[in-house]
Design a protein around this ligand. Structure first.
Ligand SMILES: Cc1ncc(COP(=O)(O)O)c(C=O)c1O
Length: 392
């Protein structure tokens, strides 16, 4: 088939990257093979010496046509030159970080980054001589003040997924580019439907595709969206970063390609429900604060409107009564919201956290909610009864 040059997003989501119909199959076939064989040994030898993003697949640990469907679509959606599909979001994160930093380098990251990413910076990288300074990230000047001559990476997550704080991509990336510092952001929350960080100058965009991109809570996957040059660097024998068995298995990639077809429909439904449930909570006298970028009262509203075209079903709130037992009782009393750590699937989830970002004087009970594809009135009724049971 041929996609018109002026095709809109919904059309591109269905067809981009899979124009070639193999044996007339309307969906891309699943290439469930580890190995690719060659008629001409010269082609294989050249590819092994210098692996290249555009070269034909050699071995599924590196690349596979089923993964390439997702990679073409994700690069198009994020507006990057290339994309690499990985076995999990954490693999995309660690492969990207390890391809940038060397012994003696310094990183600037956020105090509210995704927990295991913080652990990577705090517990693992110092073993290899890489240090990290954590900042709040909402104030660009403070973030840039943490930059040192040996800083090689600024690791962002806008919005972060516990307190939903934004960073100003354009202002940060402008300065970092001048100083030769790589910028990276986790875009799992917004998805490229609502935010394309590369347009504001971010060098590497990573995703946990286990969340909205997959969308059905049936795969773990990750994506790195960046330039061919950066991905080729990761593929070099000396780099071998994603070769830490990091690429996605073909069947999971096939499910991910299927999930991407409904991405726009799903995230818009999650956003609508999330906004409705968050606004209801925001009006309750027993709720101190709701952290949701889509609310009109969101403190970084101007930056939200500049950088994002929508929000999400994921947000958190702080009950006025700060009682750990009651917070746990509230979450346990929920009937439709299930108790679980991930998000981005069809099902609503709740998780109680005890968290202390650097601007808080003490740890606070924060309840994170994820609104799935259920009816918003059922979700509100569920929260209402749980507040009553927990006397929160
Ligand atoms: C914001 C964010 N980034 C990254 C990850 C890690 O992704 P994965 O679980 O696919 O490794 C998660 C998972 O919870 C996440 O919430």
């Amino acid at each position: 088939m041929r996609i018109p040059d002026d095709a809109k997003l919904s059309t591109l989501l269905q067809h981009f990257g899979e124009e070639e119909k193999i044996k007339g199959a309307v969906t891309p076939p699943l290439f469930q093979n580890s190995l690719f064989v060659f008629d001409d040994i010269k082609t294989l030898a050249e590819e092994l010496v210098t692996p290249d993003y555009d070269a034909p697949p050699v071995y599924s640990r590196i690349s596979n046509p089923t993964l390439e469907v997702v990679e073409r679509k994700m690069a198009m959606l994020e507006g990057t030159e290339a994309a690499k599909v990985m076995s999990a979001g954490m693999m995309a994160i660690s492969a990207s970080i390890l391809s940038v930093v060397e012994q003696g380098d310094h990183v600037v990251a956020l105090d509210t980054n995704y927990g295991p990413a913080i652990s990577l910076f705090k517990e693992w990288l110092p073993r290899f001589g890489v240090t990290t300074t954590f900042v709040d990230g909402r104030c660009t000047e403070d973030l840039l003040d943490a930059v040192r001559p040996e800083t090689k990476l600024v690791y962002l997550e806008s919005p972060s997924t516990a307190f939903f704080r934004l960073q100003d991509f354009e202002a940060i990336c402008k300065e970092c580019r001048k100083r030769g510092i790589t910028t990276l952001t986790d875009n799992s929350y917004a998805t490229p439907i609502f935010q394309q960080p590369a347009k504001f100058g971010v060098d590497i965009v990573v995703h946990s595709a286990s969340k909205y991109l997959g969308g059905h809570s049936d795969i773990t996957a990750g994506v790195i969206c960046t330039s061919k040059e950066r991905i080729n660097k990761m593929l070099q024998p000396a780099g071998e970063i994603p070769l830490l068995t990091g690429t996605l298995a073909p069947f999971s990639a096939w499910l991910l390609a299927r999930g991407l077809r409904t991405l726009e429909l799903r995230v818009k439904a999650h956003e609508k429900t999330g906004n409705q449930v968050a606004a209801w909570l925001d009006d309750l006298p027993n709720v101190e604060v709701v952290h949701h970028p889509g609310l009109p009262t969101f403190p970084q509203r101007a930056l939200f409107l500049k950088q994002m075209s929508g929000s999400s079903g994921l947000f958190s709130f702080e009950p006025k009564v700060q009682d750990r037992e009651k917070a746990l009782k509230f979450v346990n009393a929920l009937r439709i919201f299930q108790r679980g750590v991930s998000w981005g699937g069809f099902e609503s989830l709740a998780i109680p956290m005890l968290a202390q970002p650097m601007d808080y004087k003490e740890p606070r009970n924060v309840i994170r909610l994820y609104c799935g594809l259920e009816d918003p009135s059922d979700l509100i009724a569920d929260l209402e009864q749980a507040f009553r049971v927990a006397e929160l």
